[in-house]
Design a protein. Structure first.
Length: 482
């Protein structure tokens, strides 16, 4: 029934008297974990001394107990990149990219990363996302530290499943508690809003904050910040509740887990850019309360839209970034996080030049788009169905995103010749449309897409290696790498 079981990479890892390796048990079948020896924690089908195990969550957890390098860990303020994997098979390609473009290990990778919103749309669990990363790490024998990001945690109720699954990096998204109207409110309105803040949760009062921030120059490296009353009121009204909510979730994390964790606070999904004064205020208020912040994601100037390059004045971006970096270096505790960070090729050299190793680049859907590129080349019929599903669901699925996509510029699948389909993955409107309709597309075509990727694994890994090398190289070059 079974082919002769020969290990694929890794070629047999021994631990605690048991040997583990991956193999195809029958021609054309999905890979299985072979457990050569006895261990009751694994589930599978016994064949002599071998237990043939499916790549499940339970078996991934059991393997972690033997091989500690399969457990994610906190990465601190180290230069890092988050590799989103909406399909669950991209980790080998991510590792290929790191080994090819970053052989000296400048980047610390996050292989398990999915937001609460993505999990809900894809009907995945934190455990399933973690297990997919574990199997990729094992398959490619990645022994260096790696992390797992519970992305865009918005509520206390979101915490427990990620903690139970072993996540080590928690991105708190308090954007629902950011008061965007405070950007333009008059002083009377700002005073009223500040008076109504949850001061007990903030553990302070307005007079104390006024005395701490106003009436003096806050000297940073090359930047002097001056808070007047309006600047303080505006920042406090805009972000006060968001800070309180972040502290609430931090407390819940500490209660739920005795293990160390990294904390990111993200306010990138707001209407107006985060000023340098607001950045200083947020960081200072979180750090002085002991929040373990290792990453902070402000809302930068310009447009950070899904799947496409930065949209905005590069000179303005660089000038503002330099000021944000001055705040970051003043505190010397965290790094700047760039959300919607994939495909922003024009700003990577700027980020590397100013922030150096104090950057986290967060990607989410770009690996999924590279999978669609393989489908466009290898299975045009499948890609046409995917494209039409995206067109049908765009108006509904776009609601949680800021986009400049013009869906009328995206042709139906039947109107595009086979040889022209891959080019749609480089066309602005088609790329954004396919990016934000990932939930509808993968729920309808995910199984077929996974089968296609299993048929052409080298194509997908090669595409990911090339694509992410472009993300990594500007930062690696800044560290004196190849």
């Amino acid at each position: 029934m079974y082919a002769n079981l020969q290990p694929q990479a890794p070629s047999g890892v021994q631990a605690n008297g048991v040997t583990f390796f991956l193999a195809n048990v029958m021609p054309g079948s999905a890979r299985r974990l072979i457990v050569r020896g006895r261990d009751d924690r694994f589930t599978g089908e016994r064949r002599g001394d071998d237990l043939i195990c499916p790549l499940t969550v339970q078996n991934a957890r059991a393997l972690q107990e033997h091989l500690p390098w399969l457990k994610p860990q906190p990465l601190g303020a180290h230069l890092s990149i988050g590799f989103g994997d909406r399909i669950g098979v991209a980790t080998p390609g991510h590792i290929d990219a790191l080994r090819a473009a970053d052989p000296n290990g400048c980047f610390a990778p996050i292989f398990a990363q999915q937001s609460v919103r993505e999990n809900e749309r894809l009907h995945r669990t934190p455990e399933a996302v973690m297990a997919a990363a574990i199997w990729g790490v094992f398959a490619l024998d990645w022994r260096a530290p790696w992390g797992a990001d519970a992305d865009h945690v918005k509520e206390v109720a979101h915490v427990a499943p990620f903690v139970a699954a072993g996540y080590t990096f928690f991105t708190v998204d308090p954007s629902d508690h950011v008061d965007n109207a405070a950007q333009t409110d008059d002083l009377a309105t700002l005073r009223a809003k500040c008076a109504a803040l949850p001061w007990a949760m903030l553990e302070t009062h307005y007079t104390a904050l006024h005395n701490a921030y106003c009436g003096r120059a806050i000297e940073l490296d090359g930047v002097a910040l001056h808070f007047d009353e309006e600047t303080l009121l505006r920042g406090l009204a805009k972000y006060g509740r968001a800070i309180a909510h972040t502290l609430t979730i931090t407390k819940a994390l500490r209660t739920a887990s005795a293990a160390a964790f990294d904390l990111e606070m993200s306010v990138d999904e707001t209407d107006a850019p985060t000023s340098v004064h607001e950045h200083y205020f947020i960081a200072n208020e979180l750090l002085r309360r002991g929040a373990p912040v290792v990453s902070l994601a402000p809302r930068f100037v310009g447009k950070f839209q899904k799947g496409v390059d930065y949209m905005g004045d590069l000179g303005e971006f660089e000038a503002e970034l330099a000021r944000h970096v001055a705040v970051m270096r003043h505190f010397d505790r965290y790094k700047l996080s760039v959300h919607t960070g994939s495909d922003k090729f024009s700003i990577y050299p700027i980020l590397a030049r100013h922030a150096g190793a104090r950057v986290h680049v967060k990607t989410a859907g770009t690996s999924y788009l590279e999978a669609l590129r393989i489908a466009a080349a290898r299975d045009p019929a499948l890609f046409r169905r995917i494209l039409d599903t995206g067109r049908d669901h765009y108006e509904h699925d776009k609601k949680t995103y800021f986009l400049d996509c013009r869906p009328e510029h995206v042709p139906p699948g039947a109107a595009v010749a086979d040889q022209d389909l891959p080019a749609l993955l480089d066309q602005f409107d088609a790329r954004q449309l396919l990016h934000v309709t990932f939930g509808s597309i993968l729920n309808a075509h995910g199984v077929a897409l996974q089968e296609m990727l299993r048929a052409y694994p080298d194509d997908y890994r090669g595409a990911l290696q090339r694509h992410f090398a472009r993300h990594l190289q500007p930062f690696v070059a800044g560290h004196g790498g190849p």
